[in-house]
Design a protein around this ligand. Structure first.
Ligand SMILES: [Zn+2]
Length: 289
């Protein structure tokens, strides 16, 4: 009899311990996904859409995006997306620029485009070496024309994500309009004027601001640069590039419309270099004068 009581008490204790263990284990279960903390970059909490773009980029590079605050603040260099030599995707944001979701998504899309085979540019001359200052000019072209065509291609997607891709550049455009003149950085003034017009027009869709820009150019009698820029805009808008080949065709057209010093830009070839496992493409242009 006594041993039966012991067994019953023992069984009850065992069941009690089992229930306690089960309860404790259930408390340790991970919380449902909806409660997990949101992805942040540069201290900015990303929307689910932006976070999934970041994950997509990281999956394709098989590496996390490196976040860098830079001390430089060159014109047009608030932020950039670059691929390091080892294939790490990097986003650099100047310490003078407030990181926002729009800035981060903008650079994530540039990184995504590199993975999709969109190229950097390189220029060669067969007849002679580049002269002093020509490198600066070509770099200005790269950031002033090539990037804007990219922006034209992906700003609609950013707007669909509920972001304002123009916020950062609108302030720049206003500064240009207020100053009514540019920092020419030793570059040919008319080319800088043409590129700046092109840049602002391609980045800012506000009709009021575009009208003020055109008024300024006509008032200053910068008809040459205005005409060049208008033809460049037309070349991009009418072709509506959707692939890297179409983008390059529009770019080649724009470069030849600029035509500084009788420069002719001819696309020569695609080539790539491996950066880690990332295939980094270049579009090579030959310049003849
Ligand atoms: Zn950009």
């Amino acid at each position: 009899m006594q041993s039966t009581v012991k067994r019953v008490v023992g069984l009850a204790l065992f069941l009690l311990l089992l229930a306690a263990a089960y309860y404790a284990a259930s408390r340790l279960q991970p919380r449902p996904a909806t409660q997990s903390p949101r992805r942040s970059m540069f201290g900015v909490e990303l929307s689910p859409e932006a976070a999934s773009l970041a994950s997509k980029v990281e999956r394709s590079y098989q590496a996390g995006v490196r976040e860098v605050r830079t001390s430089g603040h060159k014109a047009g260099q608030r932020a950039r997306g670059v691929v390091a030599r080892d294939g790490t995707p990097v986003i650099e944001i100047s310490k003078y620029t407030q990181p926002t979701e729009a800035v981060i998504v903008h650079e994530l899309i540039h990184l995504e485009m590199y993975e999709d085979g969109y190229p950097d540019l390189n220029f060669v001359r067969r007849d002679r070496r580049f002269m002093k200052g020509e490198d600066d000019y070509l770099n200005f072209i790269i950031s002033g024309v090539h990037d804007q065509i990219h922006h034209f291609m992906f700003y609609p997607r950013m707007r669909q994500m509920g972001l304002d891709p123009e916020a950062v550049v609108r302030a720049d455009a206003e500064a240009v309009l207020r100053a009514q003149d540019y920092d020419y950085m030793g570059l040919p003034a008319d080319d800088v004027r043409a590129i700046n017009y092109f840049k602002i027009w391609m980045n800012v869709s506000d009709p009021g601001l575009r009208r003020r820009l055109t008024d300024l150019y006509l008032k200053k009698e910068w008809r040459g640069p205005w005409l060049k820029a208008s033809r460049m805009i037309e070349a991009v808008e009418s072709s509506g590039p959707k692939t890297r080949e179409q983008e390059l065709a529009a770019l080649e057209k724009c470069l030849n419309l600029l035509g500084r010093d009788g420069f002719r830009f001819s696309f020569r070839r695609w080539w790539y270099e491996m950066r880690g496992r990332h295939k980094h493409w270049y579009a090579e242009f030959e310049i003849t004068a």
